[in-house]
Design a protein around this ligand. Structure first.
Ligand SMILES: C[S@@+](CC[C@H](N)C(=O)[O-])C[C@H]1O[C@@H](n2cnc3c(N)ncnc32)[C@H](O)[C@@H]1O
Length: 242
């Protein structure tokens, strides 16, 4: 059975990269999910890419059918390319939902052969579903899903964050960014989704990064039911300006 573990103490988890309580970590067993997990050693191009892309397509369909917001294919491919070029060792995502954007990130990590994703979702039902999707895609060894408010959870992480995706409701971006700021590596990339349709609600965040760092607004034709055009803010974090 998969479970949300209930540990009372706070030992380090996440393979030594993040210090977090076990309380809200999602675990989905292979048995529950009905898939086997070969691990990175046997992952490569070809059949594995097909598997993750098949799962991405299925998650996209479920998100659209149920009205669960996700970044969509255009921004997904852009995100994938960014991760492939940045070659991050440690990626943090705020707002997992059903794992759609996470799967794009994981596909990139799989293709570059390095890196881990740590993703935070406040809704435990969504987090569990995302965990199952990561299992189905064969990438669960590369990802940790945490349940909680990103602005709280991220205060507890250790290690150096090379890539940050903010996608956990516009008004939460700035406090989530502040929670992880001291862990961001010099030159880390930060991508804030919905910087077009949500610009006014995330004005505090956008004002902060645009006044301190190199930051660019990238527009997309999205063809999603909730927006046919939207943007992502892509920022290069510099410790000297933080
Ligand atoms: C737009 S969806 C994320 C979509 C996802 N990144 C994707 O593209 O597949 C926003 C998600 O953020 C979650 N959320 C909202 N507030 C949050 C918070 N304070 N901390 C973590 N997650 C939060 C919501 O439950 C929702 O699932």
């Amino acid at each position: 059975m998969g479970r949300v573990s209930e540990g009372g103490e706070a030992p380090p988890v996440f393979r030594g990269r993040a210090l977090l309580t076990r309380k809200s970590k999602i675990r989905v067993s292979e048995k529950e999910n009905g898939s086997s997990e070969p691990g990175r050693g046997t992952m490569g191009k070809g059949p594995r890419e097909t598997r993750i892309d098949t799962v991405i397509a299925g998650v996209e369909r479920r998100c659209l059918a149920r009205g669960v917001y996700m970044i969509g294919p255009e921004k997904g491919l852009f995100l994938r390319g960014l991760v492939e070029r940045a070659r991050p060792g440690f990626v943090v995502e705020c707002g997992t939902a059903l794992g759609y954007s996470g799967l794009h990130i994981l596909s990139a990590l799989q293709s570059i052969g390095k890196g881990m994703l740590f993703t935070v979702e406040i809704d435990p039902i969504r987090a569990r579903e995302a965990g199952k999707n990561f299992c189905r895609a064969g990438v669960s060894k590369l990802v940790e899903v945490m349940v909680g408010d990103a602005a709280e959870v991220l205060k507890g992480i250790a290690g150096s964050v090379d890539f940050l995706l903010l996608d956990n409701n516009f008004e939460n971006y700035y406090k989530s960014f502040l929670a992880v700021r001291r862990r961001l590596a010099d030159g880390a990339l930060i991508v804030a989704d919905n910087a077009g349709i949500g610009a006014s609600a995330m004005a505090d965040y956008l004002g902060h990064v645009r006044s301190r760092f190199t930051s660019e607004l990238r527009w997309f034709d999205t063809a999603l039911p909730w927006a046919d055009r939207d943007a992502m803010e892509v920022t290069v974090f510099k410790t000297i300006s933080a």
